[in-house]
Design a protein around this ligand. Structure first.
Ligand code: ADP
Ligand code: ADP
Length: 229
């Protein structure tokens, strides 16, 4: 059974038709890359998956909840669905460690000892243990993004959405972040990644969606995509 399912979904910004009759199923553990021109609606598409953008028509089922249903508690979905942004969205007034422990403490009420232990495990995975007491302003873009991914992982979500996670980084930082994303994929977490990184799309994702003008143009395995451009 799919963990994310779009059924005839439409999204408008005023009169602008941003998502056009989207029908899409994503299964648990899949790593899906979404590529396509700027302004085609990629960001809108993934932002609907955790309720950051509301849909106007159709059904959108995410981890068993219908985002089109006004009675659905969006916080329940967000416990299951993490998000990594282009511009990191870290809490500037909190240390690296606090950035990772805050949501599990408040949202999951995870006890402090266990919370810190889990945070440290993920900070180690992303190579940020030596910066736990630093503030975001003291970090490079690549370091900030690795903290953002650790923060997402610490919630132990079923799905992580990535909205152009490497687009704001200096070129020399990109590979470190992609390596961490590969680690996330290996954990069996379902990933939906808007990206321009064709290497990641080809080597790590098992599905590639080409998006254009508000709809899915192609939806294939990467090997098929690259074999028949
Ligand atoms: P992409 O991620 O592919 O660059 P977006 O989803 O960001 O595309 O945007 C798709 C289209 O919707 C663009 O034309 C953009 O200007 C428009 N758009 C995005 N967000 C809004 C918004 N909040 N209000 C109005 N138009 C928007
Ligand atoms: P990014 O490159 O990170 O997607 P954008 O500059 O496309 O950032 O969008 C930043 C914010 O502005 C988003 O919240 C998006 O929804 C909003 N936005 C984008 N295009 C428009 C638009 N044409 N009108 C109003 N808001 C928009």
């Amino acid at each position: 059974t799919p963990i994310i399912e779009f059924k005839h979904v439409d999204k408008y910004y005023g009169k602008f038709h941003a998502l056009k009759d989207i029908n899409l199923k994503i299964n648990e553990g899949e790593v899906v890359s979404i590529i396509g021109p700027s302004g085609s609606g990629k960001s809108t598409l993934i932002r609907t998956m955790n309720g950051l953008e509301k849909i106007n028509k159709g059904q959108l089922l995410v981890t068993g909840y219908d985002l089109a249903d006004k009675k659905t508690d969006i916080n329940k979905i967000r416990k299951n669905v993490g998000m990594v942004f282009q511009h990191f969205n870290l809490y500037d007034n909190h240390t690296v460690l606090e950035n990772v422990t805050l949501a599990p403490k408040i949202v999951l009420k995870r006890p402090d000892d266990e919370n810190k232990k889990i945070a440290m495990q993920y900070l180690e995975k992303v190579g940020m243990v030596d910066k736990i007491n630093s503030y975001p302003r003291q970090l490079s873009g690549g370091q900030k993004q690795r903290v953002a991914i650790a923060r997402s992982l610490a919630m132990k979500p079923k799905v992580i959405l990535f909205d152009e996670p490497t687009s704001a980084l200096d070129p020399e930082m990109i590979q470190d972040v992609l390596d961490v994303m590969r680690y996330v994929a290996e954990q069996g977490i379902t990933m939906v990644v808007v990206t321009h990184e064709m290497g990641f799309a080809r080597e790590v994702s098992n599905r590639l969606i080409f998006f254009d003008a508000g709809h899915v143009l192609e939806d294939r395995k990467p090997e098929e995509f690259f074999a028949h451009p």
